[in-house]
Write a protein of this length. Structure first.
Length: 333
């Protein structure tokens, strides 16, 4: 059993990574239904929370069916991080997570996210400010280092544990790599095998199949896996990995009907949470991912991204669920 504070997770848990514009409540609900053991919110700017920015505040929404669930914050100012952690604590998530791994320029330029990898002392001060401001367990997600010449994850892990961080998720790339090139999990294995390290260590990066998940589990000895991009439009990956771990066999791939049901749920829940108009618009980018590799979906997608009324949008899904258009559009019997 893996523990984060008083939170008990199953042996070798599967985590949904925090992803901007992806891991919101509708998508998290789907991932939970399909086997995710622990999920995190989209990352939230500490300064945005303090300014009472509407988008930042919306990201604090969590629901009991998601638990355990963590809210992730980022920032480069100790006072702002402390105050934002107090705000986050009021909505009672199970965990507060700190993002020291986001590589995008607009975050790094503010001295936050992966930008903090260049100043480990600042990272420790920011983390301490959060820990001192909440009763909740605090976890961290980070990268190996700024670039291949400054990989400092060993020092980072020890120092974060020493001040009370409850678990560490490591993306096995440097900031300079962004999301390109190959991840190098040997660094994560070295951290996990450090006799000083007792907190759970979760690996992240390039897990996109049950086979790779099992290979990395056995090869690197980590406590669990965090899955990000491979879950976008494909929440079934959590169930598939768990089934493969238990049986060595693959679950059947989701059918078009399964995919349609997932999209309908995603759209419906997005409209319920965000409001009708925003829910429709912000679900549109997900359609391609849900139907990736499905023959003849492109013409159907063109209809979906131009329809603006819920009844118009849901009616085509209903027809697909009856399999009439499934046969015509996707040539599946």
């Amino acid at each position: 059993m893996i523990k984060i504070g008083n939170i008990e997770l199953p042996d070798f848990p599967l985590l949904l990574a925090p992803m901007e514009d992806v891991s919101d409540p509708p998508f998290r609900r789907l991932c939970k239904q399909h086997g995710a053991d622990l999920m995190y919110s989209e990352f939230i700017s500490s300064e945005g929370l303090i300014r009472d920015a509407i988008k930042s505040r919306m990201k604090l929404d969590i629901f009991d069916y998601e638990r355990p669930v963590g809210i992730q914050i980022f920032g480069g100012d100790e006072e702002a991080m402390a105050l934002s952690s107090k705000i986050v604590s009021t909505v009672n998530p199970d965990i507060i997570d700190i993002n020291f791994g986001c590589p995008v320029k607009k975050v790094v330029c503010k001295g936050a996210g992966a930008g903090v990898l260049k100043d480990v002392d600042l990272m420790i001060r920011l983390t301490q400010a959060v820990i001192d401001s909440t009763h909740l367990p605090v976890t961290v997600k980070t990268r190996l280092g700024w670039d291949e010449n400054s990989i400092n994850i060993d020092e980072v892990a020890e120092r974060l544990q020493d001040i009370g961080v409850a678990a560490l998720s490591i993306h096995a790339r440097t900031r300079a790599q962004m999301y390109k090139g190959h991840s190098d999990w040997s660094h994560i294995a070295r951290v996990k095998n450090n006799p000083r390290i007792t907190m759970p260590i979760f690996g992240n990066g390039d897990i996109d199949s049950p086979e790779k998940a099992l290979e990395y589990k056995n090869k690197y000895g980590i406590d669990g896996i965090m899955i990000g991009r491979a879950a976008i439009g494909y929440p079934w990956i959590f169930d598939e990995i768990k089934h493969f771990f238990k049986t060595g066999e693959h679950l059947p791939k989701p059918t078009v009907v399964d995919r349609v049901e997932a999209v309908r749920n995603h759209l419906t829940w997005a409209m319920q949470w965000k409001g009708e108009r925003l829910g429709i618009v912000e679900t549109r980018p997900h359609y391609t991912n849900y139907f990736k590799g499905i023959h003849s979906f492109k013409p159907f997608k063109q209809q979906l991204v131009t329809l603006d009324h819920p009844d118009e949008l849901l009616e085509p899904w209903t027809r697909l669920m009856k399999c009439m258009l499934v046969i015509k559009l996707f040539k599946i019997i």
